[in-house]
Design a protein around this ligand. Structure first.
Ligand SMILES: NC(=O)C1=CN([C@@H]2O[C@H](COP(=O)(O)OP(=O)(O)OC[C@H]3O[C@@H](n4cnc5c(N)ncnc54)[C@H](O)[C@@H]3O)[C@@H](O)[C@H]2O)C=CC1
Ligand SMILES: O=C(O)CCC(=O)C(=O)O
Length: 406
């Protein structure tokens, strides 16, 4: 299909850089919407598009993906991909690409700023001053120098935060389920319990997984030091909000900064509802940990590049749900892509089809995982679209989809 016929749909106000990149690469049919779409709107819209770009608000469920008959690939213009049914996408032969680092620094900076705000009891003072009060007091306000920050999830964001926190004189302890190299003077904790007992501030930086769902409950909160503060800029279902409300009301947790929520408004038209709304010692932000101009600009280019590379070249390098194949540029001849269920015999069937037609194979790339296989074959011949090879490849048992680059 010529590039100018490939339809790209970008939701949730994805940065201009993405649009610019697609257009510069010859993709002329790029539609960008400011907000997210609900399931029905999305199903209607996605039926006609070849690439879709989303951020955290759009839910690409198995049901929505079933309606996406022409969809070739998905771009998550963010880090987290829990809003996408990755397995369903894979089984439909749709790779998903994200931007694993582009907003890391933005989240770490926000969290560090919030640690200082919480330490100085700014949320209460800000709330009071807006309402005509004048809480000019040092009560409960402390420097962060010498205090301990406990980081749960010592990945890209957790480690950035660790470096920034040490730079302003904090002690850092971390807990991760995977052994991680301690940066600077940070020290790892063998258990989360030990981290909680030792930390003045606890910040969560884990991904959304079945294990992290509701991992922070009344039990973990009770293990925190009395008067400690909790920060969550990871995912909303990691912390049990009702338990947090109780811990804040009792004063055991003295303050919190929460950027992500179990239920977030799908659009700016919807009201944000949370029992935390009336608590003056809580910083509430609307899932903007990664929302800086720098991060959004970088993400826009990075994910658009990955989508274009897959579309132009077949490369799945960086896909989060798909066998990764890094491909050289296709200089001459033709390239076939074959995505299939991972069952024995598919590769030999592909080769049989090509050899029946006396094709000279110049390159062949295969990667599989437990579910699917991805084969890319370069042939010397300039194959005419009408030759029907693609049709024959589609008849191979187990085929999910095929593509053809001339
Ligand atoms: N608020 C926002 O706007 C943003 C939120 N995020 C969220 O932050 C999360 C973390 O991002 P990165 O640091 O880039 O991810 P990452 O994958 O680099 O690091 C996550 C770390 O958590 C660890 N981990 C996983 N399960 C754990 C558990 N049960 N207990 C302790 N550690 C565990 C992993 O081993 C890994 O080291 C993302 O998955 C995303 O959900 C990311 C960007 C922006
Ligand atoms: O910017 C967004 O919409 C989502 C940011 C985020 O949570 C992520 O990158 O995982």
């Amino acid at each position: 299909m010529p590039k100018d016929k490939i339809k790209v749909l970008l939701l949730e106000n994805i940065h201009d850089n993405a649009v610019g990149y697609f257009e510069a690469q010859g993709y002329r049919s790029v539609e960008r919407l400011k907000g997210a779409l609900d399931a029905d709107e999305l199903k209607a819209k996605i039926a006609d598009v070849h690439m879709v770009g989303i951020r955290s608000r759009t839910k690409l469920t198995a049901d929505v993906l079933q309606a996406a008959n022409k969809l070739m690939c998905i771009g998550a213009f963010c880090i987290g991909t829990n809003q996408i049914d990755l397995t369903a996408a894979k089984k439909l032969g749709i790779p998903v690409f994200n931007a694993p680092y582009s907003n890391t620094r933005s989240v770490a900076e926000l969290v560090l700023g919030e640690v200082i705000m919480l330490a100085r009891r700014i949320p209460e003072k800000n709330w009071s001053t807006h309402n005509g009060g004048w809480l000019k007091t040092a009560d409960g306000a402390v420097e962060v120098r010498g205090k301990t920050l406990g980081i749960i999830g010592y990945g890209h964001i957790g480690t950035q935060l660790s470096i920034l926190a040490e730079a302003i004189g904090m002690k850092v302890r971390y807990y991760d389920i995977v052994e991680k190299l301690a940066l600077g003077n940070a020290r790892s904790c063998p258990t989360m319990e030990e981290l909680l007992a030792d930390s003045d501030f606890v910040s969560l930086h884990v991904p959304s997984t079945p294990k992290t769902k509701n991992m922070f409950t009344a039990t973990e909160m009770a293990q925190m030091k009395p008067g400690a503060m909790l920060l969550n800029a990871s995912r909303g279902n990691v912390v049990v909000i009702e338990d947090l409300v109780k811990a804040l009301e009792s004063g055991h947790i003295a303050g919190a900064a929460i950027d992500v929520f179990p239920s977030e408004p799908a659009s700016t038209r919807d009201m944000f509802e949370s029992p935390l709304r009336n608590m003056p010692n809580v910083i509430l932000t609307p899932h903007i940990g990664g929302s800086t101009l720098e991060a959004q600009a970088n993400i826009g280019t990075e994910v658009a590049e990955k989508l274009v590379k897959y579309s132009d070249n077949g490369s799945t390098l960086g896909a989060v749900n798909f066998p990764e194949v890094q491909l050289p540029l296709q200089e001459t001849g033709s390239r076939f892509m074959h995505i299939h269920n991972n069952v024995p015999g598919v590769l030999s069937s592909i080769n049989e089809v090509l050899s029946r037609r006396s094709m000279n194979i110049t390159g062949q790339y295969l990667r599989t995982d437990g579910d699917v296989g991805y084969v890319v074959v370069d042939v010397q011949e300039q194959v005419e679209a009408g030759l029907g090879i693609r049709h024959e490849l589609e008849q191979i048992p187990g085929t999910i989809r095929t593509r053809f680059l001339l």
